[in-house]
Write a protein that binds this ligand. Structure first.
Ligand code: 2AM
Length: 592
């Protein structure tokens, strides 16, 4: 390598749902096509102490809900913000930061902006302004991402002019696969379950989840109601799992048997064939069956991202399919791709069925490049160990909706959970727990006000059980659902708490009358009580649930309460809410 050649490009990503990973992967493939040495890694998979000796790094990071870094960059984040790091320690580094965010959340692209600033502070040279892609406005963020990637390459070409003389690999030439499959004859699979013959000796983790036995899976909405909501109970005896109210449980869903069958048929793979991988993937058994790989690892039921089409296009030999795939991969074809895939929520498996010639020719070696890994899903824990020792409950809304496509769309994890029936035989689900963002007060007298419509009530059920067991009886709950007779779940539990004097309950049944009645209406109606609790008794206020309009409307209602009862101006009410937020007296956990 001459001194004018570009150094190895390191692409590091922090990704929660896989978008940042996909973008990082696209950048790495662009580098491979330009014959630039490239190394791709999640931030926590990289030894951050080595950053001082790197020359060229791109960081691709998303920002999660409340301005937090994604889980797979949390260790990196802690390290980078250590006060002891010397100011000039990254002075050898040329770098660039691309952020993926959503402007409907308050701290838009907070992680990327903060990272960019911190790298500069540590002496790194930032090659271009931080890229701020917005999921709200750009089709799949490509309106920002593509020009940013182009600007990055322009900058690299200006720094390393010898690159201009390198003939890039053509778009239709496939890149070498990242893995090789070795199919074996006459060997049976080493299943994951066999690793679990002894009880674990420490708390479960993503790499060592605890196979929790499902004890019950009960529908809690009336049979004729449109929404199927399940209360699922797990046995976690001997798991060493510990959690308190507000924590979440994590699990990896599996693809349905029908999707696995169809996938194997389209790719002409035998589900029972057994293979080993090079390099190996520690989460997969060695050897592994194709069935296990497809069922538990490849995310074939997700809407595929652009890098999927780019890679697929490079294999297509059928002319019609090749043209269409090339269009979907191009910047100009993104509107079209959005209409074909994102809007109707078409799955990768359905796309493969639309491109049968290309699919039939796909080599197994490319499967791990084409499909991302199934990401773990989180659920608020809905029970307390004090009320239910050795048990963990979750509340799951089974996601199902229609688009223009013939088959209804189903949420992978909720449909998988709903399909598991402990009455038909033993079912176990590998679980681990994570600290959640909601924290409840330790002081006994301090009241809590909780607003949790729908499945938003899950963490509050855990909090109520825990608080009542600890003798904390100043509890107010606002619960909202459509109808008193159809989806008012936990009714008897709330009523028992109420009659014992441990709960003040307000309900909003949105569709039991002509006018919509929502939790925020009940908040306004109870202004005097709420003001007394907040202003005179130091109460904490919580919101949990679906992140559409609800959290913002409840916030507005609370500010109105402050204005009306506390005789505050709009600005003062806003300041009061912000002060409560800073001190942890106003907290929210929302999800989509
Ligand atoms: P709806 O479906 O009748 O509109 C739980 O999903 C409850 O939250 C339902 O009663 C639902 O009412 C209600 N809900 C929907 N949008 C809301 C919003 N913007 N604010 C508060 N509650 C809402």
């Amino acid at each position: 390598m001459s001194p004018h050649d570009p150094p190895t490009l390191l692409v590091l990503y922090g990704s929660q749902t896989g978008t940042a990973q996909d973008t990082a992967q696209r950048l790495a493939r662009q580098a491979q096509r330009r014959r630039v040495q490239v190394c791709l890694s999640p931030l926590d998979g990289y030894n951050v102490a080595e950053l001082i000796s790197e020359s060229l790094v791109v960081f691709v990071c998303s920002t999660t809900g409340q301005g937090e870094p994604p889980d797979n960059m949390k260790n990196f984040w802690r390290f980078l913000f250590r006060k002891s790091l010397p100011v000039g320690s990254l002075s050898r580094l040329d770098c660039a930061v691309l952020g993926l965010g959503d402007s409907s959340y308050p701290k838009f692209n907070f992680v990327a902006k903060k990272l960019h600033k911190r790298l500069q502070q540590l002496g790194a040279c930032t090659l271009l302004p931080v890229g701020l892609a917005d999921d709200q406005h750009d089709l799949g963020s490509d309106a920002v991402v593509d020009p940013w990637l182009q600007a990055f390459w322009d900058k690299v070409l200006s720094l390393y002019p010898t690159l201009r003389n390198v003939l890039p690999l053509r778009e239709d030439e496939p890149l070498p696969p990242s893995f090789t499959f070795h199919f074996l004859d006459g060997v049976s699979e080493q299943t994951e379950d066999r690793l679990w013959t002894d009880p674990p000796s420490s708390a479960p983790s993503p790499s060592q989840p605890f196979p929790a036995r499902m004890l019950s899976n009960r529908r809690v909405t009336e049979a004729s109601h449109f929404q199927d909501v399940r209360l699922i109970e797990f046995d976690i005896t001997h798991s060493h799992m510990e959690f308190t109210a507000g924590d979440v449980v994590m699990m990896r869903p599996r693809n349905s048997a029908e999707d696995v069958r169809q996938f194997c048929e389209l790719l002409r793979l035998r589900p029972d064939s057994v293979f080993t991988l090079k390099p190996c993937i520690c989460k997969l058994p060695r050897p592994c069956t194709v069935r296990h790989l497809v069922e538990s690892y490849l995310d074939v039921a997700a809407v595929p991202r652009r890098s999927f089409f780019e890679l697929l296009a490079s294999f297509a030999s059928n002319e019609l399919e090749r043209d269409k795939l090339a269009e979907f991969s191009s910047a100009a074809g993104q509107d079209e791709l959005h209409g074909y895939c994102n809007r109707p929520r078409r799955t990768a498996l359905e796309v493969l069925a639309d491109f049968p010639h290309t699919t039939a020719e796909l080599k197994a070696d490319y499967l791990l490049d084409l499909f991302p890994e199934i990401q773990p899903r989180s659920f608020s824990i809905a029970s307390s160990l004090q009320a239910h020792p050795n048990r963990l409950h979750i509340l799951v809304a089974v996601v199902q909706y229609r688009t223009k496509l013939y088959r209804p769309r189903r949420g992978l994890c909720s449909s998988w959970l709903a399909s598991l029936d402990p009455a038909e035989g033993e079912v176990s689900v590998p679980l681990w727990v994570k600290k959640g963002s909601l924290r409840f007060p330790v002081q006994k007298e301090r009241p809590v006000i909780m607003v949790g419509p729908g499945t938003g009530v899950a963490p509050f059920r855990a909090a109520l059980q825990e608080r009542i067991a600890e003798g904390k009886t100043a509890n107010v709950l606002f619960f909202g659902c459509r109808s008193e007779s159809k989806d008012f779940y936990f009714r008897t539990e709330w009523e028992d708490m109420r009659s014992a004097g441990h709960l003040v309950l307000f309900t909003a049944f949105s569709r039991d009358q002509e006018e919509k009645v929502y939790v925020q209406h009940r908040v306004r109606e109870n202004a005097a009580l709420l003001w007394d609790l907040v202003a005179n008794q130091n109460a904490c206020f919580y919101i949990a649930g679906n992140a559409k309009q609800m959290p913002a409307s409840v916030r507005d209602a609370l500010k109105e309460v402050f204005q009306q009862e506390g005789r505050l101006t709009a600005e003062q009410a806003q300041e009061m809410l912000e002060a409560m937020e800073r001190t942890g007296r106003f907290q929210s956990e929302t999800w989509s």
